[in-house]
Design a protein around this ligand. Sequence first.
Ligand code: SF4
Ligand code: SF4
Length: 476
Amino acid sequence: MALILNNEVVLRDERHFHPDFLCYRNIPSYRTTFVSPTAFDLLKAWTHPLTVEEARVLFTDSARTHGESVIGGEFDAFVDQLVSEETLEQASVGDYHSEPLWGLDYSVPNTPVRPMRFPSKINLTLTEGCNLRCLHCLRNASPEVDTSQDLTTPELANLFDQFNRGGLIALAISGGETTVRQDIIDIIDLLHMVRAHTEFFTNGHRLTPAIRTGLVSLLARKRRGMHVHVSLDGGTEESHDWLRDRHGSFRRVLQSVEALVSDGHLIILESVLTPRNLDTIPELFEMAKHLGVRGLSLHPASFTGRAKVNPVSLKQGDLLVAEQLIQHLAEQYQENFKTEFKWQFFPHPANDKTERAFLASNVSEAGMFHLGLQSDGSVYPCTETIGSDGLTIGNIREQSLQDIWHSGRWDFYRGGWRLEQLSGCRGCRLDGNCATQACRCYAFSTIGNHYAPMPECYQSAAELGIGGGPTDVVRV
Ligand code: SF4
Ligand code: SF4
């Protein structure tokens, strides 16, 4: 019986990025597995039908070529694993090959620190238009925004094809509000062709029967390779409706989440923490359990868009208290759902368990394996900086994404600066061991200076010991 890799596997050879970065990603199982060069060769060979015995011979030969010793039973255990997780499936009569090799022949940009051949994570905003006008919106989205330059459906189809050819692993589709696009049903249909794990974001206000039907069909196609993210800010109507600036929003979102859960979706609740909802966190956890969601993601508001002018930001001390409470509740509810607490732009020590472990202190995720794409086709370093003046890397209406990935405009983010240049960090107790120091694009988009600490650092200046108080620190 011949076996073959299924078409939902992405192979990534990124050893120039990091010597150990050789992996396969089985998209539906939501798992990346790092493998040896011998195992990787075998996976490449298995894009054509092979029997287990043919594969065994190849494995042994390849191990000899790589100088790897093979432990007894290793091959069989590996094949068992591939079959049980459905990475390998039975080849049908007439199968010629499967297509998980996309991106392996792409050249690598020649920069101070070499990035991946192609981004593994992309955040695409479909539109800046929205049916709401939330107080914290980092994109200033609203019903009045001009959406005439949004990428058309055919342009999106071309883009999705580029994602596949490059071997994209994770795609986040957000806005604005995704569902206000007139062609959202066609776009959901197009997403059927995207191999990457797909995160579909919505504020949960406009879940029409047609959109529900489209999402159900997409889920069936992707098996478990997608999540739907819905915004729910805090555990009470008062806190949520205040932030969303819409009476009745909370109840509407709850109805949408219930409908999506009953459709079989894996739901992640996205909750922005503000001074108005910190004391509703326990209720939010209880509600998430009651709704039957898969995950709860909590994070403070950014310092961009309308969040700059509205009273939505938290003090460092309040955030630390919230973190402790969230950790406690996450343990209590771990049987029910997974909790994520993201505070990437608030000053805190570096965490070696995140993707940052692959990167030096002067290198950010942006430009190494991640980028942000605006609805008009402009490429930005990351999600948070989409739309920021002066940070555009290129536009996919003018160049392919692969060509843009090779642009010299990325060089700064790819090790093109030194820690010593961050004079504003001197004296801070986190200097050199900081989770946010590397993110120079966010500093530029919020403060206008690539070498300045974040606004969040200034706000927390006294607690961090970089000045007598926030007002003593000169903003650039
Ligand atoms: S935060 Fe989301 S829902 Fe609110 S205005 Fe912005 S894009 Fe729309
Ligand atoms: S001042 Fe610099 S070192 Fe300190 S928290 Fe902010 S970015 Fe990190």
